[in-house]
Design a protein around this ligand. Structure first.
Ligand code: NAG
Ligand code: NAG
Ligand code: NAG
Ligand code: NAG
Ligand code: NAG
Ligand code: NAG
Ligand code: NAG
Length: 576
């Protein structure tokens, strides 16, 4: 079946992942020249300075490692649009600075002539990594395939060899899987019975499915009778991810780990909605199925998301060097295709995030990896101060187009809180849009927060802010976090959608904190210490480079107290 190119453009983000090798040599010494030189004559105003992206062209995808982090990503070597998909490959000693290597996988076989799509790396018990990936043939049929390093002693894992046994997993008359909906294998995990398990994304009519396969030797795979999980009316599931998290601990564990204080997370990338949703639950290892906790599936998979803005096809990996699980996601452009072609590239990665189970057990928490703080310079710190209703305070002394800001608010004047009207939908994104059209309408308790990438006259700005409401019947508060792009650019050819999330917290007893990473065309915000994340892409025309400004603002009628404001300029990282 053929699809239009536009369809494909949004369709297979996917990604991939890692490998790992002990190593003490400096990455840069052994590296090949980047395949592409930096795109030259085009306008690079929106190029990021410390977010991962290839020198040019289309990209998406994630990574991992163990002494050296390896990142494999979906990459079009020919153009800034989706197509000709290969596996790009970069390595880093610290998740911040990256060096580009030769392509790891390129279409070369009948089963992958149409593209080497997403997959994952798994480290086998002998310490050697393998890659499992989706091959797409020229008839758009998807199969799963294996590749091994040519020289496993090479810490850079520069060359990969496809298995002569490929394709290993294929739709057939027996399993009756739709060959256009069969992709994105996860990192495999090993059961106590000595069998490997892997899941991949699929759909059966409109039922989203995480197909489960088992293998003794990683080469011969048998489809399990039951999928790991499925859900009606959710459409195609892409890039599934399945991993254990510890109860009441920020530490991560290996993907095969299981035991008493462990919960499991199933993440799926919902193709129709284009966002990453997750479920927390139990992994029943006898039946080999995942059972989400009560309540998780009640709201059409829209309630718990890694990120409420632009963030898709993410993956996690376990970093045993620092005993943490790291999440990496693909952040698409919000610009149109012509602009992408003009700038010569499309798609970046968010900042890698540590991810763990919140102590409530009800949601995950994410925080930028600590390594990124090494890029901080020229700190600006404010003493505690009142931010009056209607007030706007400039944060001077930072490079506002390339910055990291942390701000905390204490709310006191609860008398001015607005009531949460029962007629309002429990949909935070539409609430951020409708309830006062974002930051521009004055409220009671809020909107207050940051104006980032703001032009001098405020013609352009992106507002990241909170609003607090009260539910009169039970005297509880609702905290809404919004990222309002509606006035981010005078160029209206971009997607200017406003994003929103609820923050599960109690403003009576907790401060409302916000951290925002700003990098020219990306605004990545972490509310409530990482309980809600929103990533936005913006393309200001005035608020660029030195002409970008940063403010704290309060457009509520109630005063709030800024208990902390710390801001840093961020140095440029070495990226490919
Ligand atoms: C894919 O590669 C071919 C051959 O180089 C090229 O003609 C075509 O334009 C490319 N398509 C895309 C979408 O990049
Ligand atoms: C494999 O890699 C190691 C480490 O880089 C190197 O010393 C060795 O020569 C390589 N072997 C081959 C056959 O290339
Ligand atoms: C297979 O899935 C595609 C969408 O990915 C759909 O258009 C097609 O009708 C499906 N084919 C069958 C036989 O269900
Ligand atoms: C769930 O949401 C999708 C859009 O994201 C929609 O197409 C589908 O009909 C919804 N399903 C139910 C059961 O509400
Ligand atoms: C990355 O490179 C920059 C610039 O060379 C350097 O300052 C920094 O220490 C390196 N590592 C990290 C983790 O930032
Ligand atoms: C605050 O609200 C006023 C009145 O609606 C509006 O004119 C102004 O632009 C808002 N301020 C911000 C920073 O959005
Ligand atoms: C690059 O884009 C910015 C913002 O749109 C614009 O102000 C600037 O003039 C452009 N520079 C070039 C060299 O085209």
């Amino acid at each position: 079946m053929l699809f239009s190119s536009v369809f494909w453009l949004v369709s297979f983000p996917s990604l991939t992942l890692f490998s790992y090798v002990a190593l003490h040599t400096q990455a840069a010494n052994h590296v090949h020249q980047p395949l592409e030189t930096r795109s030259s004559s085009i306008n690079q105003t929106y190029r990021t300075a410390y977010h991962f992206q290839p020198a040019k062209n289309w990209m998406n995808g994630p990574m991992r490692y163990k002494g050296l982090y390896h990142f494999f990503y979906q990459y079009n070597p020919k153009a800034a649009v989706w197509g000709n998909i290969t596996w790009g490959h970069s390595v880093s000693p610290d998740l911040v600075n990256w060096t580009s290597l030769d392509l790891a996988l390129v279409p070369s076989q009948p089963y992958d002539n149409g593209g080497c799509w997403s997959g994952s790396a798994t480290i086998l018990p002998d310490g050697k990594p393998v890659l499992m990936y989706t091959g797409n043939d020229l008839n758009n049929h998807e199969t799963q395939n294996l590749a091994m390093p040519k020289n496993a002693s090479d810490p850079f894992l520069k060359e990969w060899v496809k298995s002569p046994k490929n394709p290993l997993l294929a739709p057939n008359n027996v399993n009756r899987i739709n060959a256009t909906s069969f992709r994105d294998p996860t990192t495999a995990w090993l059961g106590r019975d000595g069998w490997w398990r892997v899941i991949l994304g699929s759909q059966n009519r409109r039922r989203g499915v995480a197909l489960l396969y088992r293998s003794k030797d990683f080469v011969h795979w048998i489809q399990a009778k039951h999928p790991l999980h499925s859900a009606k009316d959710t459409g195609m599931w892409e890039c599934p991810d399945f991993f254990p998290v510890l109860v009441k601990s920020p530490f991560g564990v290996d993907t095969s780990f299981n035991g008493p204080n462990v919960r499991h997370v199933l993440k799926i990338s919902l193709f129709d909605a284009q966002h990453d949703s997750y479920l927390i639950g139990n992994y029943d290892t006898i039946k080999d199925i995942f059972i989400p906790d009560k309540g998780f599936e009640d709201n059409n998979y829209s309630v718990l998301r890694y990120d409420y803005g632009k963030f898709y096809a993410s993956k996690t990996f376990y970093d045993d060097a620092k005993k943490r699980r790291i999440l990496w996601g693909w952040v698409k452009e919000s610009s149109n295709k012509d602009d992408d072609i003009k700038k010569g590239w499309s798609g970046i990665q968010g900042i890698p995030r540590s991810i763990w189970l919140h102590e409530s057990g009800k949601q995950l928490v994410q925080w930028p990896v600590v390594e990124i703080e090494k890029l901080r310079t020229n700190p600006v710190n404010w003493p505690s101060k009142v931010l009056k209703g209607g007030e706007l305070l400039q944060v001077s002394g930072v490079t506002a187009a390339q910055a990291d800001v942390e701000i905390s608010f204490k709310v006191k004047e609860f008398g001015k809180v607005e009531e949460f009207e029962p007629s309002w939908k429990l949909d935070p994104q539409s609430l951020c849009n409708q309830k006062g059209a974002g930051a521009a309408v004055r409220g009671g308790l809020g909107p207050f927060g940051l104006l980032v990438l703001a032009s001098k006259g405020l013609e352009e700005h992106t507002a990241v802010f909170f609003r607090v409401f009260k539910i009169p019947i039970n005297n509880r508060y609702v905290v809404l976090m919004c990222s309002d792009q509606s006035r981010s650019s005078l160029n209206h050819n971009n997607d200017l959608t406003t994003y929103g999330a609820f923050l599960d917290m109690d403003p009576l007893h907790e401060q409302l904190s916000l951290r925002t990473l700003i990098d020219h065309s990306v605004v990545e915000s972490f509310g409530g210490e990482g309980r809600a994340c929103i990533t936005a892409r913006v393309y200001p025309t005035l608020a660029v480079k030195e002409d970008a400004h940063l403010y704290a603002f309060n457009n509520g009628t109630a005063n709030v107290i800024i208990t902390r404001l710390s801001a840093w300029s961020i140095n440029k990282a070495q990226i490919n």
